[in-house]
Design a protein around this ligand. Structure first.
Ligand code: SF4
Length: 342
């Protein structure tokens, strides 16, 4: 039995689209320990953001159906009453979103917004909350925090707005930070600074971090584990070194091949994964990736089209599992995919 701070087990999230219930997330399980970062990676629509919103109970509870278990710090979040969830949002777990500027109130100073987030969970004076907000702005690297606390979001750059969002998320010292594509709208240098900041604050606050991204390139530097999602399911999961060093699922191979290469010829073409994810209104039988997978015909009896593979260990690393019928995926990767990545 795991004693990880975050334990997600067999999570399924359903909500209606076009009058029908779709399963946006199916049978998802993972752990995140304090002081560690899990990256959840996948294309748009893979379920990575939906599954993470479920952790904070941010779905429309009248329309969505969430089953399975989400345990954070030993408390069960699935089925928790809204009033209790509100208490834990910000206090136990907090989220930072992709577009920081859009998430901040344009008519309120950043110091006021951070102080109010603090006062939501603490009985304290406005003066004390402001002092706390200024302290947080300094800790996320905003220069002259006492002065900048009185500025409005439009007076900050995109990277600085993201730092303000991180300060607001961490002001109540939550032990779980969920960062949903926190660097997508930022240029490459600022991306690296924000990811470094999140990793530094994780170590300083001793928090668990879930980093949601579509970019495998950002995973290597700051994450311990990675969960690759496709069509609402986890398809490959394990330590970053193992999953990215010796990936065993053709979808992960496709994500790696679609990354730009610094060692390739200048002007070289990118290699996107052909096709598109399955329509959630028309789920495919068998492996959900089979319509796009160049290896499906190497599996006997057309099993890829009829049988969903289990998430199972396929290499020497017990912590590394993937959902594929291929007999020796690590050998296929070494012989055929790795040379293409050079
Ligand atoms: Fe490809 Fe079959 Fe593996 Fe799915 S199970 S990823 S279709 S080889």
């Amino acid at each position: 039995m795991s004693d990880a701070f975050v334990q997600v087990r067999d999570l399924t999230v359903q909500f209606p689209i076009a009058g029908r219930m779709i399963r946006a997330v199916q049978g998802l399980s993972y752990d995140v320990d304090l002081g560690r970062t899990l990256a959840i990676v996948g294309e748009s629509g893979s379920g990575k953001s939906v599954s993470s919103l479920a952790l904070l109970g941010l779905h429309d509870r009248r329309r969505s159906v969430i089953t399975g278990s989400i345990s954070i710090g030993g408390r069960e979040f699935v089925g928790m009453p809204e009033a209790k969830l509100r208490h834990h949002r910000g206090n136990t777990a907090a989220m930072i979103f992709q577009d920081a500027r859009a998430s901040l109130h344009p008519y309120l100073t950043v110091g006021y917004q951070i102080a109010e987030a603090y006062r939501l969970h603490h009985r304290t004076t406005r003066r004390a909350a402001r002092a706390h907000a200024v302290d947080m702005l300094g800790r996320v690297g905003i220069p002259h925090p006492a002065r900048r606390a009185d500025d409005y979001p439009h007076e900050f750059s995109g990277g600085m707005c993201q730092r303000v969002m991180i300060a607001m998320a961490l002001v109540n010292d939550p032990k779980l930070l969920i960062a949903d594509e926190p660097t997508t709208a930022l240029d490459v240098t600022v991306q690296a600074q924000i990811l470094g900041l999140i990793a530094g604050l994780r170590d300083e606050f001793g928090s668990a971090v879930i980093l949601i991204t579509h970019d495998l390139g950002v995973v290597t530097d700051v994450c311990d584990d990675v969960l690759v999602m496709y069509a609402g399911r986890g398809v490959e999961h394990g330590p970053v070194r193992s999953v990215l060093g010796s990936p065993t699922h053709p979808y992960t191979w496709g994500l790696l091949e679609s990354l730009p290469s610094l060692s390739g010829p200048a002007g070289g073409r990118l290699h996107p994964i052909p096709g598109a994810p399955p329509d959630p209104l028309e789920p495919l039988p068998g492996c959900p990736f089979h319509a796009r997978c160049e290896f499906r015909d190497r599996v006997a009896d057309g099993r890829c089209r009829t049988h969903l593979p289990d998430l199972a260990v396929r290499t020497g690393d017990d912590a590394h599992r993937s959902r594929c019928h291929l007999a020796v995926p690590d050998a296929v990767f070494a012989a055929e995919i790795a040379p293409r990545l050079l």
